[in-house]
Design a protein around this ligand. Structure first.
Ligand code: ATM
Length: 259
């Protein structure tokens, strides 16, 4: 039995002997669906991939850290990582992307750089961690690309989907938490929080409103993968909602595995 990684590699080579030898092989679409299911199963049986999404100032990084401490207290050592970043190469790409002086960067360059950082991150850090059974907590993932570059910048969602699938080789989070705050509240928190303002923070309020609408559209398309957390409340209230969502999803997956 090939591993899930081998299946996806083989799928990428349409002339592969192995793919044509698949039981019940009826064409590219079916082979792709089968490869995807095997991939999903492998991920579900081993690690759990949880992503944190939301506008600036939603407090997702703080919530991620608090969740991590809670998991550690329960004997679970998660892998904490972030996008763009998480590897030596991807952190360098992050510095290029977020440098406020890089005002000449085009939207196309921006999406390709985010995707390049992601490809390295998935291959070097996320996929190996999931395959070794870790819970991976990631501060932003590809939904940020759809929200910021797709809805915010107005790039073609179909083009973004293709680039993203190529970069991640089809990896999908098991659970995505959307920490929701109105953009004006988030930007105000960011400005007064003392953190350095990056190139995207300096975008207009209208841009950040489009980003939020983008997230809400993504939630409507895949309601099972998402949980919305109201992030306007106190830190511990938000954390309680985060823990409840994570416990529910990990519990469901564990029940599936033991059945
Ligand atoms: P934080 O690390 O503060 O979440 O900032 C990352 C920034 O990168 C955030 N900007 N703002 N404002 C969103 C942006 N981003 C994208 O535009 N596309 C992406 O694919 C990712 C991962 C992040």
């Amino acid at each position: 039995m090939p591993t899930s990684d081998q299946v996806l590699t083989e799928f990428n080579d349409a002339s592969s002997e192995w793919m044509h030898g698949l039981p019940g092989y009826a064409g590219e679409r079916e082979a792709h669906d089968l490869a995807q299911r095997m991939h999903d199963n492998a991920a579900a049986k081993k690690g759990h991939f949880i992503t944190f999404e939301g506008p600036e100032g939603s407090g997702k990084s703080t919530q991620l850290r608090l969740l991590s401490s809670w998991l550690i207290a329960h004997g679970i050592e998660p892998l904490i990582t972030r996008e763009p970043g998480g590897t030596r190469i991807s952190e360098q790409v992050r510095a290029v992307l977020h440098n406020p002086d890089h005002t000449e960067m085009t939207a196309e360059t921006e999406i390709l750089l985010y995707s390049a950082a992601r490809a390295q991150h998935v291959a070097q850090v996320i996929r190996p961690a999931l395959e070794s059974g870790k819970i991976v907590l990631c501060d932003r993932f590809y939904d940020s690309t759809y929200a910021y570059q797709g809805y915010g910048r107005g790039l073609s969602l179909e083009a973004l989907r293709q680039i993203t699938t190529f970069a991640t080789r089809g990896l999908v989070p098991d659970l995505s938490l959307y920490l929701d705050v109105p953009p004006e509240v988030g930007l105000r928190r960011r400005e007064t929080g003392g953190e350095e303002m990056n190139r995207l923070d300096r975008e207009t309020l209208a841009f950040h409103q489009r980003v939020r609408e983008g997230y809400l559209a993504l939630l409507r398309v895949e309601p099972d993968r998402w949980r919305t957390i109201d992030a306007t409340g106190a830190i511990d209230e938000v954390q309680a909602a985060v823990r409840a969502a994570v416990a529910e999803v990990i519990g469901q997956a564990n029940r599936r595995i033991s059945e």
